[in-house]
Ligand binder design. Sequence first.
Ligand SMILES: Cc1ncc(COP(=O)(O)O)c(C=O)c1O
Length: 392
Amino acid sequence: MKKTLEQLRKETPGCLKRIHFNNAGTALSPQPVVDVVQDYLRLEQEVGGYEAETLKSRELESVYSSLARLVGCSPHEVAVTQNATRAWDMLFYAIPLEPGDKILTCRSEYASNYIAFLQRCRATGAEIVVLVNDETGAVCPESLLAHLDAKVRLVAINHIPTNSGLIQPAEELGALLKEHPAFYLLDACQSVGQVPLDVTRLGCDALTATSRKYLRGPRGVGFLYCSSDWLAKLEPPFLDLHAATWTESDKYEVRKDGKKFETYELFVAGKLGLGRAAEYALEVGEQASSRRLVELARRTREGLHELPGVTVRDIGRNQGGIVTFTVEGWKPAELRQALFEREINIWTCTVRSARLDMEARELEEVCRASLHYYNTEDEIEEFLITLKGLLR
Ligand SMILES: Cc1ncc(COP(=O)(O)O)c(C=O)c1O
């Protein structure tokens, strides 16, 4: 990494007080990100919100170049939204669907996305096809090939699910979709900041992400990438006076760049914080930080495997920083509370957030310890010792 661990932890004051293994929920923001947000809020307080925005217009515009550098696209292909779900919705609801059209997705799909599939299929007569998993639990690329016909309008996959260490073979799927006209929408909510992303390499037409998770930005903000080709084809499901211009009393013109998916009003301080978080991720070095967090998660799984009554629930050949497990004699939410009282943050995922996957594996709820590059081997040790002490 381009910063030392000591530097990284010094810039993350929260990790001096608690062990934060909830980076898939919200990571701890580094001080430079918090400074940008606080300074902007102070400026708003001093000069007024609109006036602050005008004074910081250059910095606000540079958020697009930072995000573009992070995912390897052009700044005009980026939109800043209030979260990952709305970013995803703006793209998904823009895809025209007719009776018999197909949406291909994966078993690990996130609840909000799947609910949107159900809603639109009910309204349009389109169908959802869930691709088959391989023996490790990842989407099987052959299953994609088997279903790829003229009726497929959309392939929507999550890169890293909320409820397991799995990293889906997004790049492999992108290569298979290269010649197919379907829209390839990648939910990169958990992967941005966790693994290096490059939209050309991934071969996706669009990607959606959030600020608060592995990217370590503030809450209440997210972003999307949409390729220039698809930007020209898609009409956003909602428009306002920022996304479009009211040119005559009965006419409007939609913007041509990614901002057509934005709304006028947004958490502006958060937008600046998101840009700073993207810069920070680039400063730390994405390859090295990803390698480190994956290794920390691997060690955690290894340690958990050795504890009696603990079952690691991660699937997939390729695994990232999210570690899921269950513990005999403990309800996940109760264990989370017991660890919280001992200065350790983990989270839990229920069947409601990824129903297809959890039901197939007969899981109602799992514990989730999600590690970041600023976590340490000592923290893993302490977590395992504390957990061992709690075993019944
Ligand atoms: C895989 C995945 N997709 C989408 C989302 C939604 O993100 P947001 O809460 O920013 O809308 C989440 C949130 O946990 C997620 O884990």
